[in-house]
Design a protein around this ligand. Sequence first.
Ligand code: MN
Length: 236
Amino acid sequence: MTSISYLWAPPEPASVAVQGSEQRLPVQRLFFVGRNYLAHAKEMGRPVDAQRDRPFYFTKSPSALLASGASVPYPQATSNYHYEMELVVALRSGGADIAAEAAHEHIYGYGCGLDMTRRDLQFAARDQGKPWDTAKDCENSAVISAIVPMPGQVIERGRIELRVDGEQRQDSDLSDMIWGVRELIADLSRMYHLRAGDLIYTGTPEGVGPVRAGQRVDGSIQGVGSISLRLLGGQA
Ligand code: MN
C-alpha cells in the first residue's frame, strides 16, 4: 500500500452534525434551487410560470458550509448581505435519471439552511448576464443545522419562518414550493449523478432582506428544527 504525501495538510472533509448521533454526515456537494416560491420570484422581479418554466440550480463549495449557531464577521465585498431561509434535503444515496416516484428512497433526512447572498453582487451579475458565483459562493454562506434523520420520508408542508433580531421577516409554508422535494431530486438527477452526501437547498420563500453587522438571524421549519446565525461587529 502506498501512502500519499501532501505538500501541506489537506483540508478536513466537509461534514454536518446529525441530530441524536455522534456520527457526522460527510458532505459531497451543495446544490441550491433558484426561485422555488412564486411570491419570492415575484419580489426578485423574475416571476415564474410554473407550467412552462423548469427549476434552475447553482452550487456552492462545501467549504462555504457553516454550522448553525456560529458568529462570523460581516463578509467582504458587499453592503447588502441577505438571508434566505430554506429547507435542506440530505441524500443517503443517488443516481442519474431518478423517477420522482422513487426519489424518497434516496432521502436521508432534512435540515434548516440559510443561503446567505451578497445581493448587490448578484443583481450586478444578473443584469450583465454574468455568473452568480461571487454573489452566492462566499465563505460561511451555506449555513446548516444538524440534519434530522428521516430516511425515505418526503416533507410536503410545514411552516418555514425567519426573524432578524426577533422581528419576523419570512413566514410561509413548504407547500408553497413550486417544485417539491420529489420533483427536485428527479430533475436534478437528470443533470448530475447524485450521490450520498449531496445537500439540496430547496429555495427560499418571500421576505428576503439584509442582515447587518451585529444582528442575529433565527429561523425554523416545522417538523425539522431551527437555525441561527450572528454577524459580528459594529452598529446595525
Ligand atoms: Mn436561495
